[in-house]
Design a protein around this ligand. Structure first.
Ligand code: 1OR
Ligand code: 1OR
Length: 256
């Protein structure tokens, strides 16, 4: 960690500035300090905005990790600042760390049924992008109604999913209702990413919980082939919702 910090340099960015251009060779990896950045990917020669970073996140790792040309163009849309890490240091430290991560998580990721539509090489890329996060007993992992920017897989421990009832009055009277539990190998937090809506439910740690976390950009980039399985499961939520609350309120719209 201290080697990475020592090697990082600050770069101020202006609105409209191209921090990365698709097709270039990779020089640096960037961590956002502040500012907003659009992600453009060329399709038949035409650049299309496929996502944004809003004051957090990182980019520019793909060209350095896989020795490929830049896969997207990143354009600042406000004044901001990023922390850069040069290619050599990135490869020396991050790529070495990724090799360790592959050894640790390859078997676990291989065993997950919802990732079975991915090729082996794609599952390895999933291992490369995941981060890990530990939550203490009772700690909130997701808050219903929040905007979403990541997806979770439970590595150990148990996660309690709760949902507030439809009307405010009900919520105050009854509090939140437990609707599901997730344990090792199960995922949560996909719904808001798939529907582009706020979080439909809250998630809390039951005991100590360790999760693998993936940001929304990696989720969209890598998990496309698993969408069918996830969407089938979302249809199940809708059925359960009717059974539990006796209403078909739109889970994709928790503010309703
Ligand atoms: P890089 O070194 O290739 C561009 O330089 C960076 O943009 C890339 O690393 C990623 O960090 C970041 N597809 C490819 N690269 C992306 C994407 C992305 N999003 C962010 N980057 N997709 C967008 C998913 C929202 C998939 C588009 C089909
Ligand atoms: P999210 O991004 O909306 C909360 O953040 C997560 O809780 C959600 O993604 C799902 O991954 C997870 N209805 C809605 N979300 C659920 C449900 C659920 N279960 C788990 N999540 N139902 C439970 C069905 C057993 C139906 C509602 C009663």
């Amino acid at each position: 960690m201290s080697q990475v910090l020592d090697a990082m340099f600050e770069k101020l960015t202006e609105g409209g500035e191209h921090v990365i251009d698709q097709g270039d060779d990779g020089d640096n990896f960037y961590v956002i300090d502040r500012g907003t950045y659009d992600i453009y990917v060329k399709c038949d020669g035409v650049g299309r905005c496929v996502g944004t970073y809003d004051n957090r996140g990182s980019f520019g790792e793909l060209a350095l990790m896989y020795n490929t040309p830049r896969a997207a163009t990143i354009i600042a849309t406000s004044p901001g600042a990023v922390w850069g890490l040069d290619r050599l240091t990135f490869r020396r430290i991050i790529v070495k760390n990724n090799a360790k991560k592959r050894r640790m998580y390859e078997n676990f990721i291989e065993s997950l049924p919802f990732l079975k539509s991915l090729e082996v090489s794609e599952r390895l890329k999933v291992v490369d992008v995941i981060g890990t996060k530990v939550y203490n007993d009772g700690e909130q992992i997701i808050a219903q109604g929040d905007m979403a920017d990541c997806f979770f897989i439970v590595e150990s421990g148990e996660v309690r999913i709760t949902m507030k009832r439809k009307s405010k009055q009900d919520a105050e009277e009854n509090g939140a209702v437990e609707i599901a539990r997730c344990s090792r190998g199960q995922y949560f937090g996909e719904l808001a990413l798939v529907t582009n809506k706020p979080r439909a439910a809250s998630a809390f740690a039951l005991g100590t919980v360790k999760c693998l976390v993936m940001d929304v950009q990696a989720f969209e980039r890598l998990l496309g082939p698993c969408m069918e399985i996830m969407k089938r499961n979302i249809a199940n939520y809708e059925e359960q919702l009717v059974a539990l609350f006796g209403t078909n309120m739109d889970i994709a719209d928790p503010s309703a």
